[in-house]
Each structure stands twice: as C-alpha cells, then as structure tokens.
Design a binder for this molecule. Structure first.
Ligand code: ATP
Ligand code: MG
Length: 371
C-alpha cells in the first residue's frame, strides 16, 4: 500500500500543507523543530486514530486555532481511499472513510497500515514491559479484526474489577460480582494471549532471518512471549482461557489482600535475547539498534503476510543513529516499500542513488519539494 497525498489544516505548526509522496523513498529534511516529525505524526493518526506522542488531541491543534483536519489519500490494490480525520475542541473527533462517516475509532484501523521506527522504538528492546505490550497492541490492532474489541472488553473488566477489589473487603455485593467478571476476563484474556503468542512466534522467525543478514550470521536473536502461564506451540485460546480461570479462582485472596488485579494479560511481556542473553541487560547500544531494526523489518513481513500488501514505513530520525553499513542495509532491504524518512541532513547515501526519491525541505511549518 502507499500514501499518495496528505493535506493538513491547523495541525501542530502547520496552517496548511498539501504534499504528494513518492511511491518509493521520501526524505523530509531540515533543522530541528521545523515540523518533520509532525508530518509523520499526522500519518500515524490517520492509521491508528491517535498520535504516538500524546493522548490529548487538543495538543495537536495549531496554537490559537480551535480544530485540525487531516485528509489522507492512500492507494490499496489499485484503488484510492480517502481518510478524513477532524478534531474540534470541546466537540471531539469526526472520521470519514471514502465519504462515509465512521463513529468508532476502531473503524479507522486497518485502512492505512504503517510502521513507525523512531528513537523510541529502541524502548521496545530496552524499556519496560508496557512498551512491548503497546508495540504488540498496535501491530495486532492493525492485523486482527477481533483484537481491539477483545482488548477493550478486557481492559474495562480489569478497570471495574480493580475498583471492586478495593471495595470488596467491606461489601459483599462486590465480592459476589468478581467471579462473574473473572469468567469474562478469562474468556477475553485467553483469546488475547493466543493471538499474542502466535504473533511473537512469527515475528521471532522473521527476526532471526533479519539478524542473520544484518550481522552476516555472527549474531542470533530470539523473542519469547511471557504471560500468566506456561504454554507450548499447541496452546490455543481455550487452553489460555482455562489456565487464566484457574489462576483467578485460586488467587482471589491474594488479589483482595493487595486490592490489585494480579493475573492476566495486562502483565504480559516478551523477552528479547541476543546470542541467548537477555538484551535488556547485556546489549551494547549498537546491538540494541540492530535488534530494533530487525524487529521492525520482521513486523513489516508480518503485516505483508496478513494484508497481502506491504505497510508504509515511517523512519523518524533513525538514520543518524545507524552506522553507514546499517543505513545501507536498511535502505537496500526496503525495495518495494514506500518509506518516509525524517533527517536533519539530506542523506547522500550510495544505496539510494538510483532510486525514485523525493526530497522535501521542511522549514517553520512549510514544506518545499526539492526533488
Ligand atoms: N499545537 C502546536 N501549535 C503550534 N506549533 C506546535 C504545536 N505543537 C508543536 N508545535 C511546534 O512544532 C515544532 C516541532 O515539530 P517537530 O516535532 O515536527 O520537529 P522536527 O522537525 O521533527 O524536529 P527534530 O529534528 O528536532 O525532531 C516545534 O517548533 C513546536 O513548537
Ligand atoms: Mg523530529
């Protein structure tokens, strides 16, 4: 899939922007704080319904204005699609896809698939479990029709149950409802665990191949899903559901004692190993970048397998963090992948010399086509 055109009104430091992208490589270059990442952020919102930098939509409105609007034209299997996203202060969001109003945020997912690789992606390797859960959630919301629904149901059950655990010590009615919620938590949690386990296994396979290529076979990686119970390749959603149910039944006193939901997929993680050592503790910075890079390319293959189309790759500020060899590897590995790169220099790489490239110079919320 590709992004053809993006129009922006009163978003961040842009009053108005109209930009036609190349189907191949696009380079947005310019000094710091000029609006490069803002463009990627707009694309992120058109894909995921929200920003990767803030949960507060009002932050996104240009200072002094009262609404912003994004119009994105994508091309998917020879068809153009128009995604419109508007946010009005004190009124909320308005989403249209091909002229049809959509009420739910989830309706926007899956129309425009992208992968964002930014310095924060390194946090997936070295950061807390919450970062890795978010990474999986973004990927799975784009690729699995039921995932977001399961997750929303699960999260609201956990929220209610947490409140009930706090009050349950004093009031019987809260104690009575917890077992009913636990049934549902097990149902949704079991499904989510099975989907996550599968995804991590597939990513693991692709990542091993990519690591082999980038390091010329000298280093190996593996990623391993961690959840509330042990499992093997044959474990399915019923298995996870029954395991979670058991944990919850047995652990109710523990949960009541500390008034917290102790068991379930809200505590999931996946571990990343380099040469059989946990990368969080043993990796050099360069090795962490290499792992992040191969994870991103693994993600690209994963989405392509499911969607039958390559997602658009957004590379925010990562080129300067990679050495020349890895920059070249990244670009060469990305044939037939539309890529939008932000950088502070204009990138004179060998590997992009003969490619269809568009260069855009970004200055103070304006974009100049320099190709
Ligand atoms: N709501 C807003 N209204 C107006 N300007 C904003 C708003 N939000 C952010 N900005 C401005 O946008 C600019 C930052 O844009 P962006 O993050 O895209 O920079 P960048 O070009 O990616 O810089 P860097 O190279 O440092 O990453 C800053 O000048 C900031 O003040
Ligand atoms: Mg930036």
């Amino acid at each position: 899939m590709t992004v053809k055109n993006l129009k922006i009104k009163n978003f961040r430091n842009y009053e108005y922007l109209d930009i036609d992208f190349s189907e191949n490589i696009n380079i947005l270059y310019g000094h710091n704080a000029q609006g490069k990442t803002n463009i990627l952020e707009a694309l992120h919102i058109a894909s995921a319904g929200k920003s990767h930098r803030t949960n507060n939509y009002a932050d996104l409105i240009k200072k002094g204005e009262s609404s912003f609007e994004l119009n994105l034209t994508t091309r998917l299997k020879d068809r153009d699609n128009l995604i419109k996203f508007r946010y009005v202060k004190n009124k909320g969001k308005h989403i249209e896809i091909n002229g049809v109003k959509r009420d739910k945020l989830s309706d926007i997912l899956g129309h425009f698939n992208m992968i964002m690789f930014s310095p924060e992606t390194l946090e997936v390797i070295k950061g807390s479990p919450a970062v890795r859960r978010k990474f999986l959630d973004i990927l799975l919301c784009q690729t699995n029709r039921n995932y977001l629904y399961y997750l929303q149901q699960y999260n609201s059950l956990i929220k209610n149950k947490s409140a009930a655990l706090k009050k349950g010590k004093d009031e019987q009615k809260y104690l009575d409802i917890i077992p009913i919620w636990n049934e549902k938590i097990s149902f949704y949690g079991g499904r989510i665990a099975a989907i996550r386990m599968n995804a991590v296994n597939i990513l693991d396979r692709y990542m091993k191949t990519e690591m082999g290529k980038i390091t010329a076979g000298s280093e190996t990686s593996s990623i391993v899903y961690k959840t509330f119970c042990d499992f093997d390749v044959n474990s399915d959603e019923e298995y996870f559901e029954s395991q979670l149910k058991k944990k919850l039944d047995k652990g109710i006193d523990n949960e009541l004692n500390i008034s917290q939901c102790l068991y379930g997929i809200h505590r999931d993680d996946f571990e990343v190993f380099l040469n059989d050592l946990n990368s969080r503790y043993y990796c050099s910075q360069g090795q962490q970048r290499t792992l992040a890079l191969s994870l991103i390319i693994a993600e690209l293959h994963y989405i392509e397998d499911i969607k039958g189309e390559k997602p658009v790759l957004l590379l925010d500020d990562v080129m300067s963090e990679l050495d020349n060899l890895r920059q070249d590897y990244l670009i060469q590995g990305l044939y037939n992948v539309q890529t939008i790169i932000t950088t502070t220099d204009s990138l004179a790489l060998e590997s992009i010399k003969n490619r269809d490239i568009k260069r855009f110079y970004v200055e103070k919320g304006r974009v100049f086509d320099k190709s």
